[in-house]
Design a protein around this ligand. Structure first.
Ligand code: FES
Length: 104
């Protein structure tokens, strides 16, 4: 499914991310800046913080682990998520995320 990434520099990138990969994977594998993903997706760094502007409902609710980590991210909003925990499925349509400029 297509995922739209709004980057800190103001550019927007539409990327086709294969099912089973995460929103973080789609960014890192296409060399988009802004999602640092220091821990490589194991939900322990919070440098993959994004705001999910559209499509929140396609993803599982955050785990306790994710919620706790998000407390350490800067500029957290109600739509904040860790993008390594957002796994794309066939159902996902019109997912749009904004990457904050505070991911390290
Ligand atoms: Fe480290 Fe997502 S990549 S928490």
């Amino acid at each position: 499914p297509k995922v739209s990434y709004s980057l800190p520099d103001g550019t927007v990138h539409d990327v086709d991310v294969p099912c089973g990969q995460s929103v973080m994977d789609g960014s890192v594998r296409n060399n988009l800046p802004g999602i640092v993903a220091e821990c490589g997706g194991s939900c322990s760094c919070a440098t993959c913080h994004v705001f999910v502007e559209d499509g929140q409902s396609f993803f599982d609710e955050p785990t306790d682990e994710e919620r706790e980590l998000l407390e350490f991210a800067d500029g957290v909003r109600p739509d904040s998520r860790l993008s390594c925990q957002l796994i794309l499925t066939d159902d996902c349509q019109g997912v749009r995320v904004t990457v904050p400029d505070t991911n390290g």
